[in-house]
Design a protein around this ligand. Structure first.
Ligand code: 13P
Ligand code: SF4
Length: 316
């Protein structure tokens, strides 16, 4: 049912946070209104750590995508974890169903499986260790030299890691449908028109984009780079939602979105993630009011998926 247009969603959400003993964790790709009401904003690694540390609150509302909310539930299973829209998926998670990974492992029993956190709980349960874009290099360097490795599901992050470390890996053929939309030709034109701008990018971008980057890192690292680097102008090669966060942290810097390929449709034509953008203040209000939809999974899956996540946290 449509909400009354006069409802003050900011005030109502604050009230529900108090009455439900709820905390809102949000990713940097959320809309500005959601970033403003969040109790904690972060990249995948910090959000996972924060979810695990939640003690006093009884409810975690996760405003991000489904695999992130699942991760919160796995790391803090006694809390009620809710998500504003269950359809907030991820093309990387979709690319690597657990049964396909299980079948691959059966044919390659010696491989050590590093899975990027952008995968389902069931896929995590099939993995030896999890990584995020913040800690991927450290996690990879922790694997014994004599073990062959499968890196799933992001082949672009995997290829970037191979370049950084010289360590060969088999790469699962998944990609982020947002980060593969940046256009190298348009980026080069933009850089030529802005010779003093620094281009920085997320490692989910393709190699033809990453090779132009002065810095490659997770969303949090990109944010820190903009704040700490001396340059005044930056071209941002990641989902556009983070530009709001960056501009607040560095109000004197000029931030330009990296250009996307022609022919894109919907959110992706603007470099936005259509899944992240399913979350709205209205849905957050309804979710806190009804405490639905919830993230639920069997105890067995919780346990199996927790092991590779805890291995990651122990190393990070
Ligand atoms: P970060 O861990 O860098 O925040 O990345 C999450 C993500 O989904 C990037 O597309
Ligand atoms: Fe998944 Fe890409 Fe969206 Fe991140 S931006 S949640 S990797 S589809």
């Amino acid at each position: 049912m449509a909400l009354p247009p006069t409802l003050d969603l900011f005030a109502e959400i604050e009230e529900l946070k108090r009455s439900r003993k709820a905390v809102i964790l949000a990713h940097y790709y959320q809309d500005p209104d959601i970033q403003d009401i969040a109790d904690f904003l972060g990249d995948s690694l910090d959000l996972a750590r924060r979810a695990k540390e939640v003690e006093d609150a009884e409810v975690i509302l996760f405003s991000g995508v489904h695999f992130m909310a699942e991760t919160a539930k796995i790391l803090n299973p006694d809390k009620t974890v809710v998500i504003p829209d269950v359809n907030a998926g991820c093309s990387l998670a979709d690319s690597c169903p657990a049964d396909e990974l299980r079948a691959w492992k059966a044919e390659h029993p010696d491989h050590y499986v590093i899975s990027y956190i952008n995968c389902t709980a069931a896929t995590k349960a099939e993995s030896d260790i999890i990584c995020t874009s913040s800690n991927a290099e450290k996690i990879l360097r922790s694997v014994p030299e004599d073990r062959p490795i499968l890196f799933a599901p992001d082949k672009n992050l995997g290829a970037w890691l191979v370049k950084q470390t010289g360590r060969e890996m088999d790469l699962w053929p998944g990609t982020c449908q947002v980060h593969v939309t940046f256009s190298e030709r348009k980026l080069c034109e933009l850089m030529a028109r802005n010779p003093h701008a620094k281009f920085i990018a997320h490692p989910e971008c393709e190699d033809d984009i990453l090779r132009h980057a002065a810095f490659v890192g997770s969303t949090k690292r990109l944010l820190e780079y903009v704040v700490n680097d001396d340059a005044k102008t930056f071209i941002i090669g990641t989902e556009a939602g983070i530009i709001y966060t960056m501009q607040q942290a560095a109000p004197d810097k000029e931030l330009i979105r990296a250009p996307v390929n022609e022919g894109g449709q919907g959110c992706e034509a603007c470099g936005e993630c259509p899944y992240m953008k399913l979350n709205t203040l209205e849905k957050i209000y309804q979710t806190l009011r009804d405490l639905e939809p919830r993230i639920e999974m069997s105890d067995e899956l919780l346990e199996r998926a927790r092991l590779p996540l805890e291995r990651m946290l122990a190393i990070s």
